[in-house]
Design a protein around this ligand. Structure first.
Ligand SMILES: *Cc1c(COP(=O)(O)O)cnc(C)c1O
Length: 485
């Protein structure tokens, strides 16, 4: 199946090559030249892994043996065979995306990506080993390490800002086992780490570092179509659950509220709708970094504002890369997308034409939720629904409530839950009671005692696990660090 860049139809690749390349040569993102078709009713009858096989296979038909790859990716890695369970809270349905090996929604895609990459490498006859480089503000790093750990032909190196991630997140990364994983702290903030990674890519010729060991460089971030396709599955899974519970009949529409950062999660919902799933409104929930709220409400995307540090760090973002894919999918106009992205790069903002704004309005709704409101929401949902949610999910819940109140829309609402509350124990506990003067490990224990919600296995006993990766380097030394791997 043919993919091309969002910025030009002349940069094409088949689906296997698109997974290997990640980004198109002109800086655009790969989009399918025409969307695949799927027998939705048949797909909804299968297990979650059957759905994944059908859906990922439909998007990536040039990668063979999809059923085997899906089984390898997911079997035994999640808390439940259904991978992404739903919970009827009495108000909204919560779609729990955090039951994977690192308790973050990114596991759904990052368990699958290594299988897709290594198979694509075989199909395309690429001989060199792959070296994945990732800068992380916390969640992506651990999910990528767990996904790529001990995968043949691939090595992975994660950089995180020294002192810039939570204790739980640091412990998750520095205790990572595996013969092909490297973790390194960088003196500086997340932007320093990210810029360092970009500089390493810039120093490479044809993806290979001069003086390095001949690996082909690649990334695990959510611009890769191989990360997006696996996320479409859980929209189908949630819909199937509502059918089984008798909440809806086949064909009735369901709304989804999505805590959003890079726009990958919610874009997967739009792709599910394009495949024929009866999706109603897609509700884009942001935190105080409300660039997307402003964009969806006004049609102007403006990144010229400070980046705020919030209690939902995975949504602290000013440029949402996957939005570019939506602009193309709704307009079909690569020249327009190239021009808007050029303006964003040069001037820091752009405004979409009227017809594109109208197309966005038809599918999306947006709202934002600051830290104070997120804390209030965590407390309220726990009190009224006896459901404990994390800080990102709280934003999704709060904006879903705002949407329902403002529009009177009565279609069933699914709130996507993107992290375990135990990944952010300080913020979650402080929403329920005073949590001052405790370290994160004590806060986890207290949260469990207070709520009765068990700490996920992978987060238990982290503080006593052996630290395997303790290197800290100045940002100038990132390139030599990687060359020596
Ligand atoms: C990555 C992440 C998000 C945002 O998802 P996008 O696909 O980047 O929009 C939300 N919540 C959590 C916990 C995440 O890790």
């Amino acid at each position: 199946m043919l993919y091309h860049s969002t910025r030009s139809k002349s940069y094409t690749a088949d689906s296997a090559q698109a997974v290997l390349n990640g980004l198109a040569p002109d800086g655009g993102l790969y989009v399918p030249a025409s969307l695949p078709t799927l027998d939705v009713a048949a797909c909804l009858k299968g297990s979650t892994m059957d759905m994944a096989t059908d859906i990922i296979g439909a998007f990536l038909p040039d990668i063979p043996e999809m059923d085997t790859l899906v089984k390898k990716a997911y079997t035994g890695k999640f808390e439940t065979e259904e991978l992404t369970p739903t919970v009827d809270t009495g108000k909204f349905t919560v779609l729990e995306l955090f039951r994977g090996p690192t308790s973050a929604f990114k596991d759904v895609a990052l368990c699958m990506l290594p299988q897709l990459l290594t198979k694509a490498k075989t199909v395309k006859g690429q001989k060199e080993d792959i070296l994945i480089l990732t800068a992380t503000s916390g969640d992506t790093g651990k999910a990528a390490l767990a996904g790529f750990c001990n995968v043949d032909g691939v090595r992975i190196c994660v950089f995180y800002p020294d002192g810039g991630v939570s204790k739980v997140q640091r412990a998750q990364m520095v205790t990572q086992e595996g013969n092909n994983v490297y973790v390194c702290a960088v003196e500086g903030n997340f932007d320093d780490a990210q810029t360092g990674v970009k500089n390493i890519f810039a120093a490479a010729e044809n993806g290979v570092l001069p003086g390095g060991k001949g690996h082909r460089l690649s990334t695990a971030n959510s611009i890769n179509i191989g990360r997006l396709a696996p996320q479409v599955t859980y929209y189908f899974k949630a819909y199937a659950d509502l059918l089984h519970r008798g909440v809806i009949k086949m064909g009735e529409q369901v709304n989804f509220s999505v805590p959003t950062g890079n726009f990958g999660d919610i874009l997967a919902g739009y792709l599910a709708k394009k495949l024929g799933l009866p999706v109603g409104k897609l509700i884009c929930a942001s935190n105080a970094n409300n660039v997307l709220t402003d964009f969806i409400q006004t049609g102007t995307y403006d990144r010229r504002r400070p980046l705020l540090k919030t209690i939902s760090p995975s949504m602290d973002i000013l440029v949402s890369s996957n939005l570019e894919r939506l602009l193309y999918l709704l307009s079909g106009d690569t020249e327009l997308v190239a021009s808007l992205m050029g303006q964003l790069n040069k001037d820091g903002f752009y405004t979409v034409p009227e017809d594109l704004k109208a197309a966005i309005d038809a599918e999306f709704w947006a709202g934002c939720c600051d830290d104070a409101q997120a804390r209030k929401t965590i407390a309220k949902v726990f009190r009224e629904q006896n459901y404990l949610c994390d800080t990102h999910t709280a934003a999704g819940w709060a904006v879903a409530e705002e949407y329902t109140e403002k529009t009177g829309d009565t279609r069933p609402m699914v709130v996507l839950s993107t992290a375990s509350p135990y990944k952010f124990p300080a913020a979650v506990l402080s929403a329920l009671e005073n949590a001052d003067g405790m370290d994160e490990w004590a806060q986890m224990e207290r949260l469990e005692a207070l709520t009765g919600v068990p700490v996920p296995k992978n987060l238990q006993g982290l503080q006593t696990k052996k630290e395997l990766h303790t290197t800290v380097i100045p940002k100038e030394e990132m390139l030599p660090f990687v060359t020596a791997l």
